[in-house]
Ligand binder design. Sequence first.
Ligand SMILES: Cc1ncc(COP(=O)(O)O)c(C=O)c1O
Length: 424
Amino acid sequence: MNKLAIFGGESLISVGWPRWPYAGERERELVDEVLSSDIWGGTGLGPKITELNKKFAEYCDAKYGAAVANGTVSMELCLVAWGIGPGDEVIIPAATFMATAVAVHNVGATVVYVDVDPKTLNIDNAKVADAITNRTKAIIPVHIGGHPCDIDPLIEIAGKHNIKVLEDAAQAHGAIYKGRKVGSLADVASFSFQQSKNLQSGEGGIVVSDNKDLIDLIHYSLGKFGRGIREKYSGHIHYRFGWNACYTEIQAAIALAQLERLEEQTEKRTVNAKKLYSLMENIEGIETFEWQPYCDRHAHHLFLLRFKSENFENVKRAQFLAALNKEGVLASSFYPMALYNQPLYKSETSLSMRKTICPVAEQACREVVFIEQNLLLADSHKIELIAEAVKKIRKNAAQLHTIEIEESEFIGSSVLKKAAKKNS
Ligand SMILES: Cc1ncc(COP(=O)(O)O)c(C=O)c1O
């Protein structure tokens, strides 16, 4: 039992984890209803989308919702609705998924990268204040991994400068900040329904807000070729430049079924994550991220850990991850680099970007690992096995130096890796 699985020992965990994505009878029933109907997509105003817009907005304690094609275009549409474009600046954290930056670049605005808070890896409010200029038009705080940003001070700073705040809540369905649901905290919020997310329909996204005019503009017009709003919607009259950001009825059926399980799953992840934090507490070289006092519920899309190689017998992060995966724990490294260091900025020189050096983001990109969210849906005894696996590896850490592995092996989600493998 003590021989590491990576060296031919028995894996600590041999039975499978809860499936992700998962579809039950309810998904099939609702998808069947769509397939039996004559609206599968096309209009974006069908009954399932309409129901999802209402129910998901309600889930977020927001008034209105507009489902769109994905959680990137959702942010683009918000920026366009606010009239943000070339010459304007939008502040985002340097440690996030590239989509946050892509949305800003796609509207031609300048991405301004700022550092993150080491306690959460969310945007550092003090750094935001320093980055504001008279061109700043919006801030996009990202609730990374599912831990809510400390957004009230940010909204206060933004208010003073007449700057909009858009929550990138792609990873934070169901998270709660000071008793308020993520999605209801700022001017508008954007969620992703891409398949790895805690609520998913393969692809998809949604914008939620209390601002009816903004949601109408996105739902009827900007996301649908610039058609007119409400009674002016149909036909081939285009009032403004718009996107084809249509979500489909089939996707909405899946999302509606998943939404029925979201609360129960979020609670289960919470209980299991809390258990895992305490089991991981005294493992040398492994640091957990504490819930901050303003966090009433973490969505745990990613269960983040800091891997301190220097306290782990100088084992490399990739060696640790290779051993952990072989013991049966699905885990990956965090984003590989602060976004301003991505190679695209060398080739795509027309993209407008401003940065200050972000040492906290850079360090997080070197050190942080995450355990995938569906593991937190397992029975509690399996959660103990995750900690056991880490302890087993810690005990045998010195042996890991012989493993030859590239850091790149453990970048990105297992979804992408599985798809790539099946196609090769
Ligand atoms: C932080 C963040 N923002 C935005 C997105 C974009 O969402 P989508 O893949 O639906 O475009 C994602 C995930 O994919 C994300 O993790």
